[in-house]
Design a protein around this ligand. Structure first.
Ligand SMILES: [Zn+2]
Length: 193
């Protein structure tokens, strides 16, 4: 989906306007940017989170193992899309996004819906033991559960409505790209509109 020709054809097949998409450059950091219609059809540099109040805009996140996290307000007054790998998770991309939603958008976080998309799950994500001290957790069989850490962080913000699709990019090879499995350059896109 990083290929513009393929992505454009895909979006058109869904009757969506490809030029209304905004994506983040994604650097495994913790920067969140607020975007509006003037940013349509662009890639926003140096960030892993996007927020908008523009209903016409679609926000997209590319992944091939990392976690796409999408956020919507019940009355659609804003939406957000976040790219979350362990580095971004460790450096506070979740906190930065939800603090911004709370402070700048006066979001009632009890009423937002969060969607956790396909990523490398704890069945397959073997990591170094240093992750235990980084995230103050105890690893089970050296496997890291990114969605569990994300859900814990969301809980601290009072978020209760979380849908986790529970699909693993690493071992569901007929469905997803996995960077860890194949070192691929291809990515899936998760979008909120
Ligand atoms: Zn798996």
């Amino acid at each position: 989906m990083k290929n513009k020709v393929i992505r454009t054809a895909f979006l058109r097949s869904l009757k969506l306007n490809p030029t209304n998409l905004v994506v983040a450059k994604q650097v495994h950091g913790n920067n969140v940017r607020i975007v509006n219609i003037s940013n349509k059809d662009t890639v926003i540099d140096d960030c892993d989170g996007l927020i908008t109040t523009d209903k016409a805009l679609m926000l997209g996140i590319y992944t091939a193992d990392c976690v796409p996290v999408l956020v919507s307000a019940k009355n659609e007054e804003f939406k957000a899309a976040i790219h979350v790998g362990w580095r971004g998770l460790y450096s506070g991309i979740i906190e930065n996004t939800f603090e911004l939603l709370k402070d700048k958008f006066c979001a009632k976080l009890k009423k937002v819906k969060v969607y956790i998309g396909p990523h490398i799950r704890s069945c397959c994500y073997e990591v170094d033991r240093e992750m235990e001290s980084k995230f103050s957790i105890k690893l089970d069989n050296n496997k890291l559960d990114l969605s569990e850490i994300i859900c814990n962080k969301l809980g601290k913000f009072g978020v209760i409505d979380v849908f986790d699709v529970k699909l693993c990019t690493f071992h569901m090879e007929n469905l997803f790209f996995s960077y860890r499995r194949t070192k691929c350059v291809e990515r899936v896109i998760s979008m909120i509109m």
